[in-house]
Design a protein around this ligand. Structure first.
Ligand code: MG
Length: 262
């Protein structure tokens, strides 16, 4: 069994750093964790920092309809190949940041997902090689303007608003991702409860498939799809995505200009 390691990106006063989490301490790194990280020796109490999204993806490659029961609730056929879309880097927020309910949006849905974090430049790799290119795993909420997704017939607008990709709190290495629970709690009530063992296209397949289309770079993320139970959120709601082993990603929904924690 591999050693479990946790990495975070965090703000402390006016600095933004990466670090390795050890219990309730963060050991700061020089640079990012992907390319030969070196510990600086500086440590911070976890309680004394603000956690940010744990990486800064150049792209977030997302898989639609990767759980059978979610495809059924969306009244969609099961895909014969992964259905891919992108979310822009500007949609990323960290734990505790607000998801904004923008005026253009009619229906704002949560989608609990396991996210793969790429660690090395990854181009045309086989399923067998895929694991060597994965740095670790984190939690994602693929926030979606469901009305716009239906109206537009393609997904760019619906998936791409600022704040529509909460990520975090940590990148965890050394966990087996093949049978993890993927859960969403809306205001404390369980709404999604799937397992990654139900993925139609499993992780090595996705990494290989995507790498034959676009080169994946360190820090890029792959969102592996959401299980059944997606639903709408309102301003003031708290949405928690929980993946035991990876932690819990909590965000609130706020109106523009009205932060949930003033
Ligand atoms: Mg999704």
């Amino acid at each position: 069994m591999a050693t479990v390691e946790k990495y975070a990106r965090f703000a402390h006063r006016d600095r933004v750093l990466y670090g390795r989490v050890e219990g309730d301490i963060i050991v700061a790194l020089e640079g990012d964790p992907f390319t030969a990280p070196r510990e600086t020796g500086e440590t911070f109490p976890l309680q004394g920092v603000r956690l940010l999204a744990p990486c800064r993806p150049g792209k977030a490659v997302c898989v639609g309809l990767n759980y059978k029961n979610h495809a059924a609730e969306m009244k969609q056929e099961l895909p014969s190949e992964p259905v891919l879309f992108l979310k822009p880097p500007t949609s990323v927020i960290g734990p505790g940041e607000d998801i904004i309910f923008w005026p253009m949006v009619g229906r704002l849905d949560y989608e609990a997902e396991l996210a793969v974090v790429i660690g090395r430049t990854c181009h045309r790799v086989s399923r067998e090689e895929a694991e060597d290119y994965i740095f670790g795993y984190t939690i994602a909420n693929d926030v979606t303007a469901r009305d716009l997704q239906k109206k537009d017939g393609q997904w760019t607008r619906a998936k791409s608003f600022d704040t529509f990709l909460p990520l975090g709190p940590y990148i965890v290495r050394g966990v087996d991702p093949s049978d993890l629970p993927v859960q969403a709690y809306l205001n404390g009530r369980l709404r999604q409860d799937g397992r990654t063992s139900q993925l139609i296209f499993p992780i090595p397949y996705l990494v290989s498939f995507i790498s034959h289309i676009m080169t994946l770079l360190p820090g890029d993320v792959i969102l592996t799809g959401t299980p059944e139970g997606v639903g709408g959120m309102q301003v003031g709601d708290e949405i928690e995505i929980r993946i035991p082993g990876l932690g819990s990603l909590v965000n609130r929904v706020a109106a523009p200009g009205h932060p949930s924690r003033p």
